[in-house]
Design a protein around this ligand. Structure first.
Ligand code: COA
Length: 346
């Protein structure tokens, strides 16, 4: 299985039939970056690197081109394609002059259009082949084309985020304070955790958390000596992270050196290094507590979280198909792990 060194995306062809949903979810991240308050999405941080707006235009065009390629593969045997002309389009189509609101809308439409042609592939269609030029010329099944297009979305989300958060020559230091959670933080923490329950399958529950439920949870975590950390911007809680035993160490003491964590950052504060700061603090706590391995478990459609963890040195170790369920759909679990002995990235 191939993994992208830069964004951590893994080409797992078994996930091809979920590609449409992952692409629709993924472009929502890029769209929100283009409309982020206070940012100028058309500004290039470096003269030789596209702006968020240009990446957004490119991603829209990639999705439209990929749609045509999939449709062509249904009417021809192993068609070949001319390159899309990614660099020429920036000038020919005036990417820098386009309206971010229009591009946001078009991105959503392009993702939905592409997802629709994928949804209409029959069981035999996924193995139809095309001649694909990238990364080197090869005959590829449509499964690969679908997964490769998810990679395009994940990778360009990373490109956009880098343009937002990293100035020329260095990283913007995180402005937030990381400290242990207090009961007074729980209303904000609960709101952050609940924010995506109704719109995504990232949390495998349909029932929002309650502040009183989180009070018992915090008391339990404190009693067990496990950390619950919050990120605070001024006096606003904008993220949290926690870990506890990976599996029941009373029954199976052999798991006592391994923990599983969760990390959440408010949408308004994502892309500013807060998730990284929280996970670094959590990893330091785990090292001091003598832990050896941290595990992240996420829904396979949560490509942003997969890319985030890969950037911090986590390695994908397993995919478990169909082990979850939400809204009547079976869901796949991705497991990633970090060896705490290697503290170079997290
Ligand atoms: C995943 C999450 C915690 C990341 O937090 P964040 O504060 O936005 O991330 P950071 O700004 O610290 O990013 C750290 C690195 O990960 C990368 N990254 C973060 N989110 C990414 C995304 N959606 N796609 C690609 N890369 C991403 C950043 O570009 C950065 O890389 P860099 O080293 O090149 O600068 C946050 O998006 C979130 O809370 N998501 C919703 C809840 C969730 O999915 N939690 C994880 C459940 S397992």
């Amino acid at each position: 299985m191939t993994t992208c060194d830069e964004c951590g995306f893994t080409y797992d062809l078994a996930t091809a039939e979920h590609a449409g949903a992952a692409i629709v979810d993924g472009v929502a991240d890029v769209a929100s970056a283009l409309l982020a308050p206070g940012a100028d999405p058309s500004r290039r941080r470096r003269a030789d690197t596209w702006s968020p707006l240009e990446y957004g235009c490119h991603l829209r065009d990639v999705l439209l081109v990929q749609r045509e390629r999939v449709l062509e593969a249904r009417r021809a045997v192993t068609p070949g394609f001319s390159p899309m002309g990614r660099d020429e389009r920036v000038e020919h189509d005036g990417y820098a002059d386009q309206d971010p609101g229009d591009v946001t809308r078009q991105l959503g439409d392009a993702a939905a259009l592409f997802a629709n042609v994928l949804a209409r592939l029959g069981p035999g269609d996924w193995d139809r082949t095309v001649l694909y030029n990238y990364p080197q010329p090869a005959e590829r099944p449509l499964r690969w084309v679908a997964v490769h297009t998810v990679h395009e979305v994940v990778h360009h989300t990373l490109d956009v985020r880098r343009q937002q958060t990293v100035p020329v020559g260095g990283r913007i230091p995180t402005p937030v304070e990381i400290r242990p959670a207090e009961p007074a933080d729980l209303p904000a923490l609960t709101a952050i955790q609940n924010a995506l329950i109704g719109s995504t399958t990232y949390e495998w529950t349909e029932t929002p958390y309650t502040v009183s439920g989180r009070q018992s949870w915090l008391a339990d975590r404190r009693g067990a000596g496990d950390p619950v950390l919050v990120a605070v911007d001024g006096d606003e809680v904008v993220g949290f992270a926690a870990y506890s035993d990976f599996r029941d160490t009373q029954r199976w003491p052999g798991y006592r050196f391994t923990v599983e964590h969760s990390v959440h950052v408010a949408a308004s504060h994502q892309g500013a290094g807060i998730g990284r700061a929280l996970l670094r603090a959590l990893a330091d706590h785990a090292r001091q507590a003598g832990k050896r391995v941290m595990v992240a478990a996420m829904d396979s459609s949560n490509t942003g979280s997969i890319a985030f963890h890969a950037r911090l040195g986590f390695v994908e170790v397993a995919r478990m198909p169909g082990v979850g369920e939400k809204w009547g759909h079976r869901l796949d679990l991705v497991l990633m792990q970090l060896e705490l002995g290697d503290d170079s990235r997290c």
